[in-house]
Ligand binder design. Structure first.
Ligand SMILES: Cc1cc2nc3c(=O)[nH]c(=O)nc-3n(C[C@H](O)[C@H](O)[C@H](O)COP(=O)(O)OP(=O)(O)OC[C@H]3O[C@@H](n4cnc5c(N)ncnc54)[C@H](O)[C@@H]3O)c2cc1C
Length: 428
């Protein structure tokens, strides 16, 4: 074990990358721009500056949980000890497709009802036993330090909050995990290297807007499910909703509308929107709930793939993971899972080779990200619609409410446990 790895950003990707690299580098430093909130008892789960989406419910898909397993042994037990509810994605969930409700049957697909804050807190707690990992809060990375030829990243420039001036931190590997607002493209092109090709991005913009709010529900009034997901019903407005339980009897609700459609900003509007979904269950549950947060708005959201994998002259000593590379519209809830799978790939990669080929890593990551990207956008990484027989896809969705096997298969695809192509077996 030798060398120093510096991770930019201490969100989901940064914390998981630290777990992945801890056994491989002599020292791992996470630089996080803001501070983490204390594990205090607040009415709503604590949100974190720098991660505005932390105010919204976050569902970790089963493939994401499996990726956490590879990197953070014991995380499930700790999460549950701190109040998360493990649940079966079918038996303990109410899922309405546009074509009807899915049957509730034990599926073996397990995930957790908890806040994103709790997930992050467990990832941080499980780092605290690793003496080689240091989390430095209030440290903003403002640029990369390149070798004279610009072909290698050898450190970062940092600025401390509330202190003047910049510092240099030397590194053998720099991991950009600074999320959707990453400024890595600008930093890379400031490094001298005339052989470097331009950077391309693919953007698919559904323009969906979201509002979210936290509620408290007395345990005795809680429904018999942990998660409720409502897709727009056939022929109705394209409005959707989701509700997810969290620790300490708190429940997150998120409402979605297509571009240009109004979203509620007050109590009455919130309930009216829900009434318009044609679902009595959500309305009924919220009648027993007390709001414990303001209504927060997000969007319009977009899907963005940054093609670091296609840059010729990609510098050694630098990799990027998570939303920095692939930001997905939250509709399918695949962001943390995609990020976690990238961190697993990074861990495997650095363990398998003496000198990490960062360009190769970005190529492998791009291949891995193509699947969640396809699910979230219906497009290939170049933004071209996937060649899918839509008549067949809508037939699958029509059949799912009355076919437990198909419903299970669709859930497994949504949880990234099996590729979408495997649904062809239901074509008959
Ligand atoms: C409204 C909404 C709802 C979502 N719901 C879900 C969901 O249900 N399920 C799901 O899986 N995903 C969901 N996501 C996506 C999920 O939030 C992201 O995919 C995930 O957080 C990506 O992790 P990351 O580590 O790449 O970035 P982040 O978790 O955003 O972390 C980036 C970190 O980098 C820090 N940082 C940024 N710049 C610097 C810098 N220059 N120096 C130092 N630190 C820096 C930030 O402060 C932050 O802590 C949702 C997203 C949104 C917007």
């Amino acid at each position: 074990m030798n060398g120093h790895a510096v991770i930019i950003g201490g969100g989901i990707g940064g914390l998981l990358a630290a777990h992945a690299l801890a056994g491989r580098f002599e020292r791992v430093t996470i630089l996080e721009r803001y501070g983490y909130p204390p594990d205090s008892v607040s009415p709503a789960p604590p949100a974190r500056r720098g991660v505005p989406q932390s105010r919204c419910l976050h569902l970790l898909m089963a493939a994401g949980a499996a990726a956490f397993d590879e990197l953070v042994p014991g995380w499930r037990e700790e999460l549950v000890a701190l109040g998360a509810h493990p649940f079966d994605a079918s038996a303990d969930a109410l899922v309405r497709f546009s074509t009807g409700w899915l049957p509730r049957r034990p599926s073996g697909i397990t995930t957790y009802a908890c806040s994103r804050a709790l997930l992050e807190s467990v990832l941080r707690r499980r780092l605290s036993g690793k003496s080689t990992v240091h989390v430095r809060e209030g440290q903003t990375v403002v640029g990369l330090l390149g070798s004279t030829l610009g072909d290698r990243v050898i450190g970062v420039h940092t600025a401390e909050r509330y202190a003047a001036g910049e510092r240099i931190l030397m590194a053998d590997l720099v991991v950009d995990a600074s999320g959707a607002t990453s400024t890595l493209p600008r930093w890379i092109f400031r490094l001298s290297n005339s052989a470097r090709s331009p950077l391309h991005k693919t953007v698919v913009e559904p323009g969906t807007e979201y509002v979210s709010r936290w509620f408290h529900i007395e345990a005795r009034h809680a429904p018999d499910w942990h998660c409720l997901s409502i897709a727009p019903s056939m022929g109705a407005a394209l409005h959707s909703a989701m509700m997810l339980r969290a620790e300490r009897d708190r429940w997150g609700v998120v409402l979605l509308a297509p571009p240009g459609e109004p979203l509620p900003a007050d109590d009455v509007g919130f309930l009216d929107f829900i009434a318009g979904l044609g679902d009595g269950e959500l309305r009924e549950v919220l009648a027993r709930a007390t709001p414990v947060s303001p209504i927060h708005r997000y969007g319009p959201t977009s899907n963005r793939m940054t093609h670091y994998d296609r840059v010729t002259g990609w510098p050694a000593g630098l990799v990027a993971i998570g939303d920095s590379v692939c930001t997905l519209d939250p509709y399918f809830g695949l962001g943390m899972t995609t990020t976690a799978r990238g961190a697993v790939l990074l861990g495997r990669y650095v363990k398998a080779v003496e000198e990490v080929s960062c360009a190769e890593f970005q190529k492998e990551l791009a291949l891995l990200n193509a699947e969640p990207w396809g699910l979230a956008t219906g497009c290939d990484p170049n933004g071209r619609p996937l060649a899918r027989d839509m008549t067949y896809v809508s037939r699958l969705y029509k059949m799912a409410p009355s076919s437990p096997q198909l419903a299970h298969a669709l859930l497994a695809v949504h949880h990234l446990l099996r590729p979408a192509e495997t649904l062809k077996e239901f074509a008959g």
